[in-house]
Design a protein. Structure first.
Length: 356
């Protein structure tokens, strides 16, 4: 069926629908990764977003389910140049269109993704809508409504109840703001005893677990909206070693009195170069975020910048000058992406052992 991607600034792209032929509204963002569409689709950090995949051929290796980063897709819609229905890969179990249809997610193909991404890079991230030709009325004004905001986003992606994973001598309390499965796997594979808590768990309930360290996960939304969580993080920073990634990095910064701001079009992909200032090396990173810590807001704060994005010089990592606290803006667990920064999980373990 013919369909349209409508942007809030009035630009219209025509294509063909696949997946579930329904209407959807979301923030339109793009990811530059060449592979990993299943991980991208199921990453809770993309909750509420319509994702453009810049690699031109999508679906060619199917869906394996082993690569899912959460319980099913979290995106609102998928945009690509060409969708491949007849996948070819020994791990494939479903084709992408059936997978999206079973999860009531709409996709649109036949879009000039290069022109679309260039437009977003010039104009900035904006709201968009995917609609079928049967529902689109050229004589009616387009309505871009139905977006969730604030704590509603966090409530939609966090676990409803605490649960345990792994076995080991060290205990890690994980605050789930929309955590990816491979982050948990990275902790469990290092013989850690992990308990995953809902995002709004009180400090008292977290500390009743008697953790050796606190892990703050990735997640969607504007970090400044999560006032209650920031207050909890502010208390936790004084109690135990803390490691944060992506949203967790931003929440640590806000708890220390810094500020965050929205990027024009975000960092999303698996090939972003970052300078590790501590070890004096370049790492290629997997990224998925629309907000960053404001450099100027860190002045007079007790932190040191440890990582810089080499594309735009934005802050990619921080370390507290006195307390056992560090964070990175990118995803050291990858999925998809390179494993250049997996050593950060080992650094977290070293920090916890030193604090014993």
């Amino acid at each position: 069926m013919k369909g349209y991607l409508l942007l809030e600034d009035g630009l219209i792209f025509e294509g063909t629908l696949f997946g579930c032929e329904t209407e959807t509204v979301g923030e339109v963002v793009f990811n530059t990764g060449m592979t990993g569409y299943e991980e991208i689709i199921t990453d809770p950090s993309y909750y509420g977003q319509i994702v453009i995949l810049t690699y031109p051929l999508i679906g060619n290796y199917g869906i394996s389910h082993e690569d899912e980063q959460s319980r099913g897709p979290k995106i609102k819609g998928l945009v690509c140049r060409e969708f491949v229905e007849d996948y070819s890969n020994w791990r494939g179990k479903d084709n992408l269109s059936d997978y999206l249809n079973n999860n009531k997610i709409v996709g649109i193909q036949g879009i000039d993704t290069r022109a679309l991404v260039k437009h977003i890079r010039d104009k900035g991230t904006m709201i968009g809508k995917i609609v079928s030709e049967t529902l689109y009325d050229v004589n009616k004004a387009d309505v871009f409504e139905g977006l969730e905001e604030g704590v509603d986003i966090l409530k939609a992606v966090t676990t409803p109840d605490a649960y345990d994973l792994g076995k080991g001598d060290l205990k890690v309390a994980v605050l789930d703001f929309g955590i990816k499965r491979n982050i948990l796997d990275s902790l469990v594979l290092r013989n850690l005893n992990v308990r995953v808590f809902p995002a709004f768990t009180s400090v008292e309930n977290i500390m009743a677990y008697a953790p050796d360290g606190i892990f703050l996960s990735n997640g969607p939304g504007n970090p400044e909206d999560y006032v209650e969580v920031i207050e909890n993080v502010k208390t936790l920073l004084d109690l135990k070693p803390v490691f944060g990634i992506c949203l967790g990095h931003q929440l640590i910064s806000l708890a220390l009195g810094a500020k965050t701001e929205k990027l024009k079009f975000g960092h999303r992909g698996s090939n972003h170069p970052v300078k590790d200032l501590v070890n004096d090396k370049i790492v290629i990173t997997s990224q998925n975020h629309g907000y960053v810590v404001v450099d100027e807001s860190l002045k007079d704060k007790p932190v040191t910048v440890t990582h810089l994005n080499l594309n735009d010089r934005s802050i990619e990592g921080l370390k507290h000058n006195e307390l056992p606290i560090f964070s990175v803006q990118y995803h050291p667990e990858a999925s998809p992406g390179p494993g250049d920064s997996s050593y950060l999980f080992d650094e977290f373990i070293r920090m916890m052992k030193e604090a014993e």
